[in-house]
Design a binder for this molecule. Structure first.
Ligand code: 3PG
Ligand code: MG
Length: 443
């Protein structure tokens, strides 16, 4: 028997016809997602003004991982590649681009190297991807930066320094917003990964611009992550994993309103098991959220949404790669065992549910996928996503860990959309308005 959210669940009845995602993709209708609808995009910007020789400040998310060995080499350039279409479009229009981004969390300190340091490590890769020279300055506002901005000519690309060297950045400080605002008349927001932050360079700066538009990346992310969930080709299935239930409960709550099926995995399932009164051994649990997990299961039952918990789990005698492992039914965990992955029966159940769905969203790993013995569940879900894409389903992966898992399994090209945002994609799925989007010019 499945460990369902409730002893029995009511299947949803027939729904009113909803246009298929493919049709939406081709039609204007698909573009009419609430957040995308009202905002100017970069194409609209180029239609409204002649950008030739104009400075355009482009907020991008260059927050990429660096090699732990040399602290310089970019180990995953997904976010760099993702900004190329907008940058090239602007260059084609003759604009001069000023790129700005944060890098890590330096918290207002100037740090020379490494993850929270200067943006120097991305200069080389950006030059290569854009096929043009990229100049960099060592600050993001002030007289020297203004001078560099003023001397830009058609087609130049200038990269500003890590915006978080200023404490005010994360406080949406008006002085930094105004400082950035002096560099250009037009703003293009393409930092989807940071669009959930109300910071000077993502939100405040827009007040100092003649026009502020969404870049292609931001637009695409909104279309997939909002469009697919708000106007899905049903059945809509969400697979939600990850260790911390506290960060996932709001998104599960919101998905209950939208999904036909929700499959849960990852460390957070034990908090749900606890709510069902199961013994969970030494598995991780967030005691403060047990009650809320119980409430969500009830909510799903009342709405007739299938909220499925894994019927079996992979247990380990310690949190280590060389642990002794065993498979157990979810309600038969005992002693000091801890659950670190979903089990084989679960994966059969997930295969069946994914197989029935036409839109599938995957956010958060199913187990401790960094350790080989506990990566099976996450890798299998990634494979099932790829198979679903092959048969025409729309498949969307969001969240740093699940994206890494899909890429590690070599399946990155085989899903419809891989999000460049972790926190941002979650907030969007929660139905929140992203400050980086709200700040853009209305159309
Ligand atoms: C990220 O990697 O999550 C984004 O770049 C945003 O960074 P932040 O979580 O430090 O705001
Ligand atoms: Mg983050």
């Amino acid at each position: 028997m499945f460990a369902t959210a409730s002893a029995s669940f009511i299947r949803r009845g027939a729904r009113t016809a909803i246009p298929s995602f493919d049709r939406m993709r081709q039609s204007r209708y698909f573009h009419l997602t609430p957040q995308a609808l009202e905002k100017l995009n970069v194409q609209g910007l180029a239609e409204r003004v002649n950008l030739e020789g104009q400075n355009v400040l482009m907020r991008v998310d260059l927050n990429v991982p660096l090699s732990k060995e040399d602290d310089v080499t970019v180990t995953d350039d997904t976010r760099l590649r993702a900004i190329v279409p907008t940058a090239k479009f602007l260059l084609d229009k003759g604009a001069n681009i000023i790129l700005c981004s944060h890098f890590g969390r330096p918290k207002g300190e100037i740090i020379e190297t490494g993850k929270n340091g200067r943006l120097n490590p991305v200069v080389g890769p950006l030059k290569e991807l854009l096929g043009v020279d990229v100049k960099k300055v060592n600050d993001c506002m002030g007289p020297e930066v203004e001078e560099a901005a003023k001397s830009l000519k058609k087609g130049d690309v200038l990269l500003l320094e890590n915006t978080r060297f200023y404490k005010g950045e994360t406080k949406n400080d008006p002085e930094l917003s105004a400082g950035l605002g002096k560099l250009a008349d037009y703003f293009v927001m393409d930092a989807f990964g940071t669009a959930h932050r109300a910071h000077s360079s993502t939100a405040g700066v827009a007040e100092h611009m003649k026009l502020s538009a969404a870049g292609f990346l931001l637009d695409k992310e909104l279309k997939y992550l909002k469009g697919a969930v708000d106007e899905p080709n049903r059945p809509l299935c969400a697979i939600i994993g990850g260790a911390k239930v506290s960060t996932k409960l709001p998104v599960i709550e919101s998905l209950i309103e939208k999904c036909d099926t929700i499959l849960l995995g990852g460390g957070m399932i034990f908090t749900f098991y606890k709510a069902l009164g199961y013994n969970i051994g030494k598995s991780m649990v967030e005691e403060d959220y047990v009650e809320l997990a119980g409430k969500l299961m009830k909510q799903a039952e009342e709405k007739g949404v299938k909220l499925l918990l894994p019927p079996d789990v992979v247990l380990a005698d310690k949190f280590a790669e060389d642990a002794t492992t065993a498979v157990a039914k979810a309600n038969e965990i005992s002693g000091d065992w801890m659950g670190l992955d979903v089990g084989p029966e679960t994966l059969e159940l997930f295969e069946e549910e994914i197989g029935k769905s036409n839109t599938i969203v995957f956010n958060g790993p199913m187990g401790v996928f960094e350790m080989k013995p506990f990566a099976t569940g996450t890798v299998r879900v990634a494979e099932l996503m790829a198979q679903a894409t092959d048969r025409g389903a729309t498949t969307i992966v969001g969240g740093g860990d699940s994206v890494a898992a899909v890429n590690q399994a070599g399946l990155g090209q085989r899903v419809s959309h891989i999000s460049t945002g972790g926190g941002a994609s979650l907030e969007l799925l929660e139905g929140k308005v992203l400050p980086g989007v709200a700040a853009l010019t209305e159309v």
